[in-house]
Ligand binder design. Structure first.
Ligand code: MSP
Length: 597
């Protein structure tokens, strides 16, 4: 599978995306990868993954949310100078996919390829800059799964036995009797459902291969207890610890071929097919280069997962890894789910949000900003168009766009260069400001922006992207207050003192905008590119090490002072009109039963 970096560039070497072109309209450069920019291969590695997505239905906003979170953390790590690798892809085996292909009347491989392409398309549209895209139907993956199976088997950790128990096909999950409850189907008949997902379960009886999961209970408890921040937010770690307090039965890891053909056959026993979750979880190792070249990447793997698949990633996966003698994940980042007008997205309610439509209505940056600012990992979040419109207008169009527009307008800055800062107008020492023109609130602004990168870093590192965005937003608010307070448009440009102060006000404001532009790159790459391009900030000056806010104030030289601003553009983010958004809403196509099941 070609990585996105290779699709975008002609480079044939192992890629690392340094800049993503979509959404970059001003000052856009061709995309480059690390090999072409001469970045050192000895940079610290970082490996982040999304879950691989089931291809039984088209991508929706919840799927894109998982990918946007991982993309944001990947871009953040690149900015911090890491050699970051970001894997996503599609989960294409199992009963659920077999049934979906059957009901679409399609050959399963063709069916999988069609939906997998839709995921790739949606991700490219939403500026998801993955470096690796994996499909579980690829040969390279099958080989790795077979190898992994043989390792577990050779260690005596898989045995054959008669298995009886509940199975949920929509969740591809085995359930114990106390994870199942009574319910009624649409015709009022009594059925059993998974208490957690609400999906129907069936009683299954088969000869299967069983994994000795119960052997790993105490090791898993030890692992989690000695790494209290491993699963974030921490409430999910507590939940896993609670689950592990209960019995941990052995796990069936195969299905009879007569029931499940669409999967990888058990090595040496073609009458059995490997359980789809074992197959799927191994994708993370396939991308890392297991079994030969995985060590460097595997030591730094971070998984982003939705709350519904926590059990698989925090219990089954580490148990499989322990069994294979492999290191365990560094972090598991868990996010909650999106509802729409308070309801779970479902085809029957026709409330499934198509990410392509949303990106069309709100722009990619608008959508990404909304998801990451409104999405709180601890609890479910509600999505509706008005909320997106309100947030984008207030944060991106008014606060940020207004600030950029004001401070770069030819009316205030006719020479269109980065203006000079005057220490006389804005002395470094507040007590000297009696002679300057800065007021105490201006020093508060400077202090806030100086402290901002560390605060954003802390929030990104602790998986609280929304808090990072709140911190940036509150600094933008302070900067707008600064401009408003000093009304540079009222100053007399013929008076040298006023002109110096005007330049200083603009310099401080542009410095603030430069910092916001750099910090916002992981979240809204296109919009951040437009800010930085307008300010004349080169591609080499956009990483974390270039933040150095207001160097002149600190008595240093500023590389930007006197530099020509970049080309003007109409506006940073066009205000969204509610009615206009509704009128432009494309209807979700319903041409096939692929759509939003
Ligand atoms: N194929 C498995 C994952 C295997 S990983 C080895 C799977 N696929 S999925 O397509 O059902 O879900 C993929 C991701 O999308 C999960 O993280 C899931 O939580 C996320 N979401 C699905 N619906 C969602 C929302 N409504 N809101 C937010 N995320 C949601 O599970």
């Amino acid at each position: 599978m070609k990585s996105l970096c290779r699709i975008l560039t002609s480079c044939r070497r192992t890629p690392r995306l340094t800049r993503f072109p979509q959404g970059s309209s001003v000052g856009s450069q061709p995309p480059r990868c690390c090999c072409c920019t001469g970045l050192s291969r000895s940079l610290k590695p970082y490996y982040i993954t999304t879950p691989i997505f089931y291809v039984n239905a088209a991508p929706h906003i919840g799927h894109v949310y998982s990918a946007v979170i991982a993309d944001c953390l990947h871009r953040y790590k690149l900015l911090r100078g890491y050699n970051s690798r970001f894997a996503t892809g599609t989960d294409e085996h199992g009963l659920k996919i077999q049934q979906a292909a059957d009901s679409a009347g399609k050959d399963p491989q063709i069916f999988c390829s069609e939906v997998s392409e839709r995921y790739q398309h949606a991700f490219q549209r939403c500026s998801i800059s993955y470096t690796d895209y994996i499909r579980t139907t690829e040969k390279r993956h099958r080989k790795v799964v077979e190898h992994f199976w043989k390792v577990l088997q050779s260690k005596g950790l898989i045995y054959k036995d008669y298995y009886e128990g509940w199975y949920s096909t929509p969740d591809e999950s085995f359930l114990t009797p106390n994870q199942v409850s009574d319910s009624r189907d649409s015709e009022g008949s009594l059925i059993k459902v998974s208490t957690e997902s609400g999906h129907k379960v069936e009683w299954m009886k088969e000869d299967n291969y069983i994994f000795r999961l119960s052997d790993f209970r105490s090791e898993l408890l030890l692992w989690l207890r000695s790494n209290p921040n491993l699963i974030q937010p921490v409430k999910f770690q507590k939940l896993v610890l609670q689950w592990l307090e209960d019995d941990l039965p052995d796990l069936s890891v195969s299905r009879q071929k007569s029931r499940l053909q669409w999967g990888i056959p058990v090595p040496g026993d073609p009458e059995q097919t490997i359980y789809v979750w074992l197959d799927a979880l191994v994708n993370y190792l396939t991308v890392a280069g297991y079994p030969q070249n995985h060590s460097e990447w595997w030591a730094v793997v971070h998984h982003v997962v939705g709350k519904d698949i926590l059990k698989f990633h925090a219990i089954y996966w580490p148990a499989f890894l322990l069994a294979a003698g492999l290191p365990l994940p560094q972090k598991i980042y868990v996010h909650s789910h999106w509802t729409v007008h308070g309801k779970k997205m479902s085809k029957s309610l026709s409330n499934v949000i198509n990410p392509l439509d949303a990106a069309e209505k709100f722009t990619v940056d608008g959508l990404r900003y909304f998801l990451l600012r409104q999405g709180v990992p601890d609890s479910d979040c509600d999505y509706y168009d008005d909320k997106v419109v309100k947030m984008c207008n207030s944060a991106l169009a008014d606060a940020l766009g207004g600030l950029l527009n004001r401070c770069t307008a030819p009316a205030l800055n006719p020479s269109q260069v980065y203006p000079c800062f005057s220490n006389t107008c804005f002395p470094n020492n507040q007590s000297e400001s009696l002679f300057g023109r800065a007021v105490p609130e201006d020093y508060t602004l400077v202090e806030a922006v100086v402290a901002l990168p560390a605060s954003v870093e802390r929030h990104f590192d602790s998986f609280h992207v929304y808090k990072a965005l709140e911190a940036i937003s509150s600094c933008i608010h302070l900067t707008n207050g600064f401009v408003q307070r000093h009304r540079p448009w009222k100053l007399d440009r013929n008076d040298p003192g006023d002109q110096q102060w005007l330049d200083t006000i603009l310099h401080v404001s542009l410095e603030c905008l430069r910092v916001y532009g750099i910090l916002l790159q992981p979240v809204v790459p296109g919009l951040a590119d437009r800010i930085l391009s307008r300010l004349g900030v080169s591609l080499e000056e956009r990483n974390w090490d270039s933040l150095n806010f207001l160097e002149k104030y600190q008595g240093k030289e500023s590389a930007l002072e006197g530099r020509a601003l970049g080309p003007d553009f109409e506006m940073l983010f066009r205000r969204l009109e509610r009615n206009q958004v509704n009128a432009r809403t494309p209807k979700i196509p319903t041409q096939s039963n692929l759509e939003y099941c």
